[in-house]
Write a protein that binds this ligand. Structure first.
Ligand SMILES: *Cc1c(COP(=O)(O)O)cnc(C)c1O
Length: 485
């Protein structure tokens, strides 16, 4: 299997397609209707993996994968996962997995240090009020933060009406924010408008005004979430000012840096992360850009009390102090994987310097692509290039033309990217971040974009010409119509 893995990885640049050419049902129709009664050989299974399953794979590790955000694989993290699989240890409590509990605390402190996070977030061996935990995904981290927020709100005011709690974020926040509100049962959800004038960053005045209006109406601010690196455009909310705007309202303040959080390893990117000293919780996904194969979401809290209040079935006063930190009280499920082993292998086998160089490489590649876009008068950058993301589109054309551009690009399968909407405008999105991506792949992507633009602009020009001719014809025949408009 290890040999097959190595062969697959080395062959990625030669894959003819990044996204597969299959239709829904492609596998369902090819599957035997029931599981075999007798064992089959590994070779037989792998033959079907090759022939039936692989045609339905999107090659996320391909150097020409530019869709969504990356989800990196690395050899050290994959080796760690193999070891964790054979141990099969489910460390929900310290006793059920002393090493998984203590390695997780240590890795969360290592990571906090590498990212320059506030001291209050560190576990310090389980002694402090703060600490870190590895969740599966950001979506879970946001639900957990919201549960802690609600617990703290209701503890401060036991008579408070749960139906009056309010949660705030920007209209650029990831959909997991709204979903967390649905799950936790927060009825009042404010998605405050973030405007293009501020590059889609939420403004503190907007948050302050919304909180004041809700308080005046008798509602209770419970939770506010800022984003560092939104999914659409990598907008960075001004965390320090937003936290100041929410201060005194009683709302728990969470920061979601799911993708961009990896950039905090780079001192020159730290200005995006100013203000974390003032927040209650913070999370990012090493499983996106930090070479840790899915899943791994690092979440820190300055005070774990409300979180345990919300998620523990043992009363706080009965809990032992010290090292008996039980991570089941920091998450939704009981069972948990030994995820910290991936970070341990990665950080030791690569070292921080190599990881920083790797992040800088991606940012430089994105900058090279952004430069090519800016130098072509047919195109415009739809948002400033940040981290590994470039948002761009053909300028002065109807949205169908940009949609046709994306369809043309993805149809060949040689590269894969997706689009977003920014202030209602159809916008293409190129996210650099596969560990295999080099300058040549980004240059090839730009060449493909420029060639596809030729095709769709020509088609659009011809179509517009036909429309114009038809309008001119109708105008000439009609009663004084404005011809050729
Ligand atoms: C990807 C992303 C998420 C969701 O991450 P999951 O770990 O899949 O839940 C949340 N927020 C932002 C900004 C993201 O980019």
């Amino acid at each position: 299997m290890v040999d097959l893995i190595a062969d697959y990885y080395e062959g990625l640049p030669q894959q003819p397609r990044v996204s597969p050419d299959v239709q829904p049902g492609f596998l369902c129709d090819a599957m035997p209707p029931r599981a075999p009664e007798q064992p089959e050989s590994f070779e037989a299974v792998m033959a079907d993996v090759r022939d039936k399953l692989m045609p339905g794979v999107v090659h996320w590790q391909s150097p020409s994968f530019f869709a969504y955000f990356p989800s990196n694989y690395s050899f050290p993290a994959a080796l760690a996962d193999m070891w964790s699989s054979v141990l099969g240890m489910v460390g929900f409590s310290w006793a059920a997995g002393p090493v998984s509990t203590e390695l997780e605390m240590a890795m969360m402190d290592w990571m906090a240090e590498l990212c320059g996070l506030p001291e209050a977030f560190k576990c310090n061996g389980g002694a402090g009020p703060g600490g870190g935990v590895i969740q599966g995904t950001t979506s879970e981290a946001v639900v957990v933060a919201l549960l802690a927020a609600r617990a703290r709100c209701l503890a401060g005011c036991p008579a408070a009406d749960k139906l009056k709690l309010v949660a705030y974020s920007s209209d650029q926040a990831h959909s997991c924010f709204k979903k967390a509100c649905m799950i936790v049962g927060i009825d009042h959800v404010r998605l405050l408008p973030a405007s293009p004038q501020h590059d889609w960053a939420l403004q503190p005045e907007a948050l302050k005004a919304a909180i004041a209006a809700d308080v005046a109406a008798g509602l209770i601010p419970c939770f506010a979430m800022a984003s560092i690196g939104t999914t659409s455009s990598c907008a960075v909310d001004p965390v320090a000012q937003l936290a100041a705007a929410a201060a005194g309202s009683g709302a728990w303040f969470h920061v979601d840096a799911a993708y961009a959080g990896s950039a905090a390893l780079l001192p020159e990117q730290r200005h995006h992360f100013v203000g974390l000293e003032a927040v209650d919780s913070y999370s990012f996904n090493p499983h996106k850009w930090l070479l840790t194969n899915f899943d791994c979401c690092c979440m820190w809290v300055a005070d774990s009390g409300p979180l345990k209040e919300a998620l523990s079935l043992t009363p706080v006063f009965l809990r032992a102090a010290g090292n008996s930190l039980d991570y089941k009280d920091w998450q939704i499920p009981l069972g948990r994987r030994f995820r910290s082993l991936k970070l341990y292998f990665l950080l030791r086998m690569y070292g921080a310097e190599k990881i920083r160089a790797y992040l800088r490489h991606h940012i430089a590649l994105a900058a090279a692509f952004a430069q090519a876009v800016a130098a072509d008068p047919r195109f415009e950058l739809a948002a400033p290039q940040r981290f590994g993301l470039v948002c761009f589109r053909l300028r002065d054309v109807p949205r169908e033309v940009n949609a046709a551009l994306l369809a043309e690009l993805n149809a060949g399968g040689r590269l894969f990217l997706i689009h977003t909407e920014l202030s209602g405008a159809y916008t293409l999105r190129l996210a650099v971040g596969a560990a295999t991506t080099q300058l040549e792949h980004v240059q090839a992507a730009w060449a493909a974009v420029a060639a596809a633009a030729d095709v769709v602009l020509q088609a659009h020009g011809a179509a517009a010409g036909r429309k114009e001719a038809a309008a001119a014809g109708a105008g000439a025949g009609g009663a004084g119509g404005a011809a050729g408009a």
